[in-house]
Design a protein around this ligand. Structure first.
Ligand code: GUN
Length: 293
């Protein structure tokens, strides 16, 4: 088996950022202001802090404006709802995200429902989820659309593939199943969506031409689950303690990369695979929010 193509999300995301940066320079030259993304961060969960800081940095890399609004973890729901309402009504704000997870006193769906669909650059509002399901123009959720863009820009043709997705979350697995099944490229896959109650996961995986692991279980996908020549996408980013590193942790994917990679046609690394693409897709959505009348 020839060595696998590494689906380099870092490089592909850098290419997307270059395109957005160039488009933004033209926008500013025409007298318009740059897009503005606002991120709302509640509490100080390490993972959320890190994701949000990457999002803010990505904005500055492409010349977008950004604003981070922080709240303590004991914020009341009515206060957070009023913040959402003021962002909905602020004409300077093109798009905003409320970073998940939220603390237990907050009903995340109530917050999600309060976000104006036209500013929902996460693509989580039911209106946008419905538009995606119908194939209408909308904000696509960043991780699934980042995966599709990574496949597309790296020449992976998915038409006719049997795609097996591990994990049915509303943020990744479920929307990705829809995107891969719909007409077009990437798309036109026959999709199997596996989850914690699936019987015979290994047998499903062995039938996958495209295997996407999004369950948050480090090293779950092993070599004995891979059809030789498969394309493997690892969405896992579990923070595992590692005291030998200055950050005190390491990011572990859902795929046992070292044993799986030799069997694959193409595979994403962790880190540097899906993660940077997710952030690039958020920038794309923010651009769309600012430029769609
Ligand atoms: N938490 C994990 N992923 C995401 C995401 O894509 N958006 C938001 N808002 N929170 C998240």
């Amino acid at each position: 088996m020839p060595s696998p193509l590494i689906l380099d999300g870092k490089q592909t995301a850098a290419q997307i950022r270059e395109e957005l940066k160039a488009a933004n320079i033209l926008r500013i030259a025409s007298g318009q202001r740059p897009p503005l993304l606002v991120a709302v961060l509640v509490g100080n969960d390490g993972g959320s802090e890190s994701y949000v800081s990457h999002k803010i940095k990505a904005c500055s890399d492409v010349g977008f404006e950004s604003r981070l609004i922080r709240f303590a973890s004991d914020i009341r729901q009515d206060k957070l709802l009023s913040v959402v309402e003021s962002l909905n009504n602020d004409a300077q704000v093109d798009g905003f995200i409320v970073q998940l997870p939220l603390p237990p006193q907050i009903d995340s769906q109530a917050i999600n429902l309060a976000i104006a669909p036209s500013k929902d650059v996460d693509g989580f509002h039911p209106v946008n989820v419905g538009r995606m399901a119908l194939g209408l123009p909308t904000f696509l959720p960043a991780t699934p659309s980042g995966i599709c863009e990574l496949l597309r820009r790296n020449g992976i043709v998915t038409g006719g593939m049997h795609a097996v997705i591990l994990g049915r979350s509303a943020i990744v697995g479920s929307p990705l199943a829809q995107l891969l099944a719909r007409p077009g490229e990437p798309g036109n896959c026959t999709v199997t969506l596996c989850h914690s109650k699936t019987i015979g996961i290994k047998e499903h995986c062995l039938r996958a031409d495209l295997l996407v692991a999004a369950l948050g279980k480090p090293g779950f996908v092993t070599a004995d689950m891979i059809k030789p020549g498969a394309v493997v996408v690892d969405v896992g980013t579990t923070r595992v303690k590692d005291h030998s590193r200055p950050s005190r942790f390491v990011l572990r994917g859902d795929v046992a990369f070292d044993q799986v990679a030799p069997l694959c046609r193409a595979i994403t690394p962790v880190p540097g695979g899906v993660g940077p693409m997710t952030i690039a897709s958020l920038l794309t959505n923010t651009w769309q929010a600012a430029t769609t009348p």
